[in-house]
Design a protein around this ligand. Structure first.
Ligand code: SF4
Ligand code: FES
Length: 310
């Protein structure tokens, strides 16, 4: 099993593990941000470049450093490899540059965006971004599109991470969707409307790292930091039925799949659970959900232990 050292932490990992996965096994500050890689989506990663790291030693056999920064979600660990992530000034500067690129066309509309408070780009910009922009050209904008009754596509906010495309690809049989155009003209094709006419289409909302795909049954109803995320489940014949119910008092404002600390869903949920079961009686509420990902939603929340004592 290869051994890799990331920011001074050494770990032994299974063959075929990427630097990003190895860093996640170590945990803490050495974990690179990832805007496009998604563990359960085959083919994801390699698009956004936020996960860049420096390989200062290639391996025990060939200790030469890699000449350029590499995407950690796509680079396999080699035995004896040494990697610098947050500890490298070059890497931190490169991430700043990537954030600047991602924000070139992204509107700074966090105050009215439904994703605010759980947006990966917002967190990334907060940690790595600079306050100004050097971009002087007109920004590209798009009309908002309704993708069926439940999903709104706001292409202006899209960072072209491809996650929704891979999700739609994974949940449908025929590939009739994707990103059309090249370079500055790339956009999520409206053919996606066809692709996500499926019982699991709502999952594209959960995988979208920004506010480009939002839940039409929840849009503008509340801000996530006013809601209490609770683990909830119900008997469902289409999906696992295990969800997070976002509650205000006894009312359920929205249902999402359960996400881990990297914002990833391991078990996708069906549209019936997500969009059609909003009554408190529809669910067995298990208790407060620990929000592991640091973000505004983890601020000012109850402590789970305190709840059980009361
Ligand atoms: S709509 Fe969201 S998930 Fe889809 S490519 Fe754009 S940013 Fe990624
Ligand atoms: S997470 Fe690695 S390139 Fe996007």
């Amino acid at each position: 099993m290869p051994k890799v050292t990331i920011d001074g932490h050494t770990i032994e990992v299974a063959d075929g593990t990427t630097i990003l996965q190895a860093a996640r096994q170590i945990g803490g500050e050495c974990v690179p941000p990832a805007m496009c890689f998604y563990t359960s989506l085959k083919g994801s990663g390699g698009k956004c470049r936020t996960c860049l790291v420096k390989v200062s030693k290639g391996s025990e056999k060939d200790p030469r450093p890699m000449p350029k920064l590499v995407a950690s979600c796509q680079t396999m660990v080699m035995d004896g490899m040494e990697v610098a992530s947050k500890s490298s000034e070059e890497v931190v500067n490169a991430r700043k540059g990537v954030v600047e690129f991602l924000l070139l066309n992204h509107p700074l509309d966090c105050p009215i965006c439904d994703q605010a408070g759980e947006c990966h780009l917002q967190d990334l910009a907060f940690e790595h971004g600079s306050a100004g922009t050097r971009y002087e050209f007109e920004r590209r904008t798009f009309e908002k599109i309704d993708i069926g009754p439940y999903i709104k596509l706001h292409m202006t906010r899209c960072i072209l991470c491809y996650r929704c495309v891979y999700t739609a690809n994974q949940i449908t049989d025929n590939r009739v969707h994707g990103i059309i155009g090249r370079g500055d003209h790339s956009e999520i094709s409206t053919f996606i409307e066809k692709a996500i006419d499926n019982d699991f289409s709502g999952n594209v909302i959960d995988v979208c790292p920004v506010g480009a795909l939002t839940d039409r049954t929840f849009r503008f109803k509340s801000r996530v930091w006013f809601l209490k995320p609770m683990d909830a489940h119900r008997e469902c014949d289409k999906c696992c039925g295990k969800t997070t119910a976002w509650m205000y008092g006894n009312e359920i404002y929205r249902i999402t799949a359960r996400k881990d600390k990297y914002g990833e869903v391991s078990e996708f949920i069906c549209n019936t659970c997500r969009f059609e079961k909003k009554g408190a009686n529809d669910w067995i509420i298990e208790g407060a959900r620990d929000i592991e990902k640091h973000s505004v939603i983890s601020q000012n929340h109850y402590v789970t232990e305190a709840l059980t004592v009361i």
